[in-house]
Structure formats: C-alpha cells, structure tokens
Design a protein around this ligand. Structure first.
Ligand code: URP
Ligand code: ZN
Ligand code: ZN
Length: 465
C-alpha cells in the first residue's frame, strides 16, 4: 500500500486511548494507524514529523451560526471567514442551524443555508434545522431526517425574531424525536419571566446607571434553570431525545445530571465563554461587546461546568459562534436590549479548552478529545466517519505542539471580528497542521485551504455515548 501522507511518531489521542503511532493518509481517508508505517514511504509520500506532538481527530463544532440574520443585522463571519477560523482552530466539521424565515419550509431553509455554504466553506459542514412553526414544519421533519438532518432546534425564547416554540411544540417535537430516532436541541431560557425582568429594568435611568450590566442583571440563573427543568420534564414524559445547547449555569448541570441518573436521554453542551469568562466583563467600558444569549455567568458556574465536563454530564463543547464586529455591537447605543448577541469562537475554542482545561489539569487529553471531537461526532450521527482516528475514517487530523503558545490578537485571526474576548491571552493548543479529508488546510499555523473545499456531510441518527 502506498500512502499520500504519513504523520509520523506522534502521540495519537482518541477518546479512549493514547498511544504513539504513525497515521497514514490515502486520498481522503485514514488508510492505517500503526507502527513504522513510514517504511512504506514512496516517491510522492509526504512525511510529517509529529514526534513530541499530539495528533487528535479534527474538532467537530456542533453549534455555529455563520451569516445569520439576527438582532437586526447579520453575523459577520460568513462561510469563508468562519470556516477559515475553524481550520486554524483545529475544527474540521461545523454544524450550523438552517432557520426558516417568513413562510419558508424547512427544505427551503436547508437549501438557503446550503447555497450560502457551498462555494465558501473551507471545512466540512452539516445542518440542523430550526422549527419556527410546529404546525407547518413538524410534518416535514421525516423528510429532513432522510436528507441527513436528524436534529432540530427549538428555541424557548426569541418571540420577536419569530423563532419561539411554546411548550406544546416542544412536547410534540420530543414525541416525534422518539418516534423517528431524532433529537431536539433546545435553547433553554424562560421567556415570560425574562420579558418581565427586562421590561422592569428598561428605563432611561437604569440604563444610564448600569449600562451593559443590565444584561446579566435581567438574566439570573433561574431563567436558564427553569427552562432546562421544563424541557427535561417533557423529555422524560415523552421518552424523547433532548440536547441542551450552550448551557451556562451550574444549576443546569445539576438538573441534567439528575435527569441522566433517572435514565432520561438528555445531553448537554457548554461553550468556552462559559468556562473562562464571567459576568465582570459587563462592567468594562466595552462590556456591550460581550453580550451573548445566554450571557456568561459567575465563576462558580464555570467551576460547575468544568466539573460536569470532567464527569461527563456535560458531554460536548461547542462554540455557538455568532460573531459581530464592534460597529455592529455599537447598535446598542446605551440600550442593552439592542445589542446583537453572540461571540466569536471557532478559532480559539480548542486552544482555550486545551490551555485552561488540559494544562490546568481540569480535563485529561482523552477527555479533551472526547468533548471536542468524538462525543459531538457520535451524538450528531457523524461517527465513525468523523471524530476519531481509525482506518477508513475521513482523514481529519490536527497536530498540536503541546508547548507552543500563541498570543491571541484579533488582527491576526482569520475570523471577521475586529475584537476578541480573549485579546492578549497566551494560549497553547492551536493547530500547527490541520487536515480535512486528507488535504492540509493549515500548515505551520497558517491557513492553507480554499473556499469551496468543504463538503456537506449528511448525518445518520443520533448515536449514544
Ligand atoms: O448569543 C447567541 N448565542 N447568539 C446566537 C443565537 C443563539 O441563541 O444561539
Ligand atoms: Zn441559543
Ligand atoms: Zn446558537
């Protein structure tokens, strides 16, 4: 057997093993994992020396929003800049949310998202679909599942965007997920109480006094916790499969852990911003930049989420990338309810989790790979094609120098953000090389891929961990 590329002598990390091995690539696939594969070197075989480096599966980011029309503007990372950022951050598959607008069908939304991605994506991609009107869109779901979208999003907030699902829609969605072997992904925040708290604080006087701090002041932890509790209740009552997106509170982790102990099929993801930032950022002069939904919480929440990741009740790290520039964030003009909500994330996610998780001994290397690569691939129906390093899998590989640190500077990042929540942070864990389906798309920390290389990946039924 001849190989195109051999990654030689690295420490190959999987969710369940760490071993020194060579990884051989032929075409788009991993052809072999083993010892002394470089003996099979021929003219034309590229050898990458990975001695002293980690070789991990490409990251799978199950939660991104590229070019999303949201909060009166469009998120500023498009399918080119967003996926260039992904590649540099070691993420080789992204899953975005196709959201129907107006009276679009789910298939219309899928087609609109596919059209945006096709000529620009630099890494592989897939879609969840969002249910904005259960009555019209519910009957369409079996078809979308057939098309490779076995997970659908239901928002418990965002009435003004026209996206909100009520309890009835949530209950029906979970029932259908059980019948069809699909999964409901829920943005859990308690809309009516949130509306009340926002209305109570929405005065000129309070806005002058507290500025962006009103964002966390109007979203206490019970806003998320109550909604998670309710969604879990519907999941248990229906036997449906529930995935809590962007979980930000310690209370959420407690509820999910208890539900899992009762045997409910409930998964939860969190994001780097909830692990390494806290709500003191809103007191900064540029505190408005940090608004996301849900917002970052307190240090004790971060501690509980790290614990959940370590133990496994929080099983996935995604980014919820939804980038806005300083100019877009300035739309708030002193009113926190007008801040476009979301943060950049794809380029820094793995480095943050590696530096603040693995190097800080909060996670092992295997847990890092499980939460960022293998678990999202399994739960999202992409495994074993994605998320692992085994013969026959897509050759999505990331080589990390365990000691090499880079200073985060938005000016040198690929993301189309003119700021970074992590500006000036010294992070290890950036991809020295990234391979996506056998092609090197990051070389010596520089993007080396191209627009349109990324391919749509249809997904199978959600797997179990
Ligand atoms: O602030 C965020 N997360 N923006 C994107 C939309 C969402 O709720 O995920
Ligand atoms: Zn959300
Ligand atoms: Zn999101």
């Amino acid at each position: 057997m001849t190989y195109d590329t051999i990654v030689r002598g690295g420490t190959v990390v999987a969710a369940d093993s760490v071993k020194k091995a060579d990884v051989a690539i032929k075409g788009e696939k991993i052809a072999a994992v083993g010892q002394k594969l470089s003996r099979a070197k021929r003219d034309g075989t590229t050898i990458i020396d990975a001695a002293g480096k980690y070789v991990i599966p490409g990251g799978v980011d199950a939660h991104v929003h590229l070019e999303l029309p949201f909060c009166g503007t469009i998120s500023s990372d498009d399918w080119s800049t967003g996926t260039r950022a992904a590649a540099r951050g070691g993420v080789t598959t992204v899953i975005d949310f196709a959201i129907p607008f107006g009276d679009q069908t789910l298939e219309d939304a899928f087609n609109a998202w596919a059209a945006k991605a096709k000529s620009k994506a630099c890494v592989d991609y897939s879609f969840h679909v969002a249910i904005t009107n259960w009555q019209r869109q519910g009957p369409e779901l079996p078809k979308l599942i057939e098309m490779g979208c076995p997970s659908f999003k239901q928002f418990m907030i965002y009435e003004s965007e026209g996206w909100q699902s009520d309890d009835r829609a949530l209950f029906l969605g979970l029932e259908l997920s059980r019948k069809c072997g699909a999964m409901v992904m829920v943005h859990a925040e308690s809309s009516r109480v949130l509306d009340e708290l926002i209305a109570r604080h929405h005065t000129t006087e309070l806005m002058e006094k507290y500025g962006a701090r009103l964002h966390p002041m109007t979203r206490p932890n019970f806003i998320e916790a109550e909604a998670i509790q309710r969604a879990v209740m519907w999941a248990q009552a229906t036997g449906g499969c529930l995935y809590i997106v962007h979980m930000s509170t310690g209370e959420g982790a407690d509820i999910v852990r208890a539900a899992q102990a009762r045997g409910a099929r409930v998964y939860a993801e969190t994001c780097p911003q909830y692990l390494v930032l806290d709500d003191s950022v809103f007191a900064r002069p540029d505190g408005n930049l940090y608004a996301s939904c849900p917002q970052v919480k307190k240090k004790k929440d971060s501690r509980r989420l790290w614990q959940g990741l370590k133990r496994g009740e929080v099983c996935v790290i995604s980014t919820d990338t939804c980038t806005f520039t300083r100019e877009q964030k300035a739309m708030w003009n002193g009113d926190w309810t007008r801040i476009p909500m979301g943060l950049p994330g794809l380029e820094t996610s793995l480095p943050i989790v590696y530096t603040r998780g693995v190097l800080a001994k909060k996670l092992s290397m295997r847990q890092f790979v499980a939460r960022c690569c293998t678990n999202p691939a399994k739960i999202m129906g992409l495994y074993p094609r994605k998320g692992g390093i085994t013969k026959g899998a897509d050759a999505d590989l990331v080589i990390i120098d365990p000691k090499k640190r880079l200073k985060v500077d938005h000016a040198t990042l690929e993301t189309n953000a003119d700021w970074s929540p992590y500006q000036g942070w010294s992070l290890a864990g950036f991809a020295e090389h990234t391979f996506c389906r056998g092609r090197r798309i990051v070389e010596n920390y520089k993007f080396a891929g191209e627009n349109g290389y990324g391919r749509f990946v249809p997904r199978g039924k959600p797997g179990r961990l």
